[in-house]
Write a protein that binds this ligand. Structure first.
Ligand code: GLN
Length: 483
């Protein structure tokens, strides 16, 4: 049962082959048995799951249908869930029970999805390895000595280990696409504004975007359908009609213009990954796509710009965690200043503290123009590069990451080494564009992802290209040994 995709589950439930309660019980038992190996969950919500599953079975018995009705999922632990701990992977919020549901959580619950639990993540979504979680590192089911990627490493590891078919995640600089690449999944970061950020604990508000992590493009289409749409509670949510993503998975790739940026194949890319990316290009050519070399000249400036903008926004967003209003409070403070200092010093981990310091510095008087303003100008140049490229091509293709998943601990003492691994993903966040990562092969037994980027609101195009590719390849069907 645990090998089924969301699409297969929907058919099985519709054909009454099993009930949502049976499926939920099977998966909860599997999580109890296998999750200790990978640490992908922070909280399990068994009672909620069983009551939602029972309600979904009743709705089906009363004639309702829907691809998510009775489908088991989990939420990254930064989506607020009413009455349930929402920790953001931090000691700061270990005792925080959200007073309301995030829009994404409420929408998926209304569609009948069953929440099995809240998944592990890098603290406040800062990281690319899922090692900065206060609840411990997550391990990659493909090799337990390697990281699963981050910050949505818990969602990725859980889906890769077949503990559940799909999960929600968020992507500020690659946190959906990079863990998808590291664990052989398909993950989609939608256009900024496509999915509501209301109730999604903020890291860098102008970059954060929620999206689906699943094994196939077909399943990402189903989950995105339940997440996307205008939300008056989020002032950056965009009022654009949401297409039927599943119905859109039928387009031919004949004549599709794929741009391959020459900057992507520089010295930093593992040549074995480059070869797999070239193989995926050949596969898409066989399906009728036309390849064109393009250039994204400002790509080299994207990492420094991102690592100014994201920490700057984080330093502002995280000022609310002061030991008074939310979460952790230190013991026996001597005075107000001591309360602030020790609550934040004890509640936040070292990566979060580093980002707050970098961000506060970049925003401070005298440095604002030199760092923050400069970074915003680079952001515009990065966006302009994409706008010119999309005049010539329909999608842009390249590697999701320069290297496969590294060993646990390998980059923990060198944050800049980890930041450099984000080189292919962060540009989409700076520009607000949609991006998808899908399985493209293996290097030393570790999965490799190919990334597709599209113009604003063309999530459907990305999903269709990935689906056609997956109908003709079988990388996405490979299962990690032991799971
Ligand atoms: N690795 C990037 C960072 O640490 C991206 C994280 C994310 O997308 N949430 O900021």
């Amino acid at each position: 049962m645990h090998h089924m995709t969301l699409a297969e589950i929907a058919r099985g439930l519709a054909d009454k082959k099993f009930s949502s309660v049976e499926l939920t019980q099977t998966l909860l038992a599997r999580i109890a048995q296998l999750d200790p190996q990978i640490n992908s969950f922070i909280s399990l919500t068994q009672d909620l799951a069983l009551s939602q599953a029972k309600a979904a079975d009743e709705r089906r018995a009363n004639g309702e249908s829907g691809a998510l009705l009775g489908a088991p999922i989990a939420h990254k632990d930064l989506f607020c869930t009413q009455g349930i701990r929402t920790s953001c992977g931090s000691k700061m919020l270990d005792n925080f029970k959200a007073p309301y549901d995030a829009t994404v959580v409420a929408k998926l619950a209304a569609a009948g999805a069953v929440t099995l639990g809240k998944t592990n993540m890098d603290e406040f979504a800062m990281g690319s390895a899922n090692e900065s979680s206060w609840y411990g590192a997550v391990k990659n089911p493909w090799n337990l000595e390697h990281v699963p990627g981050g910050s949505s490493g818990g969602s990725a590891a859980a889906v890769a280990a077949r503990l559940l078919p799909a999960a929600t995640a968020t992507d500020t600089g690659g946190s959906i696409r990079q863990p998808a690449a590291f664990t052989n999944l398909t993950g989609l970061k939608p256009t900024y504004g496509r999915v509501s950020r209301w109730g999604m604990i903020a890291y860098a508000s102008s970059l954060d975007q929620g999206g689906p992590l699943a094994r196939t493009a077909e399943d990402c289409a189903i989950l995105l359908q339940g997440m996307a749409g205008f939300d008056p509670n989020d002032s950056t949510s965009i009022d654009e009609p949401v297409p039927d993503y599943s119905a859109g998975l039928t387009g031919s790739l004949q004549g599709l213009r794929i741009g391959v940026p020459k900057e992507y194949f520089s010295a930093g890319l593992d040549p074995r990954i480059a070869e797999l990316i070239h193989n995926s290009i050949k596969e898409l050519e066989k399906l009728g796509a036309v390849i064109k070399e393009i250039s994204l000249p400002n790509m080299q400036h994207a990492i420094p710009a991102y690592y100014v903008i994201a920490p700057a926004e984080a330093s502002s967003n995280l000022s609310r965690f002061d030991g008074v209003r939310f979460g952790y409070r230190c013991e026996n403070p001597e005075n107000l200043e001591d309360l602030y200092k020790r609550s934040r010093g004890e509640g936040f981990g070292s990566e979060v503290q580093r980002r707050i310091m970098v961000g506060a510095y970049a925003l401070s008087a005298g440095y604002y123009d030199a760092y923050y303003l400069k970074a915003q100008k680079i952001r515009r140049l990065v966006k302009n590069d994409f706008m010119s490229a999309f005049n010539e091509v329909d999608i842009i293709l390249g590697p999701t990451t320069p290297n496969p998943a590294w060993k646990l601990g390998a980059k923990s003492s060198d944050p800049v080494a980890a930041y450099l691994e984000d080189v292919y993903t962060i540009t989409a966040n700076l520009a607000g564009l949609p991006g998808l990562s899908m399985p493209a092969g293996f290097v030393d037994g570790l999965p490799v992802g190919v990334q597709l980027l599209a113009p604003y609101f063309q999530e459907g195009r990305l999903l269709n290209v990935a689906h056609q590719y997956q109908l003709n390849t079988d990388w996405h069907t490979r299962t990690p040994t032991g799971f």
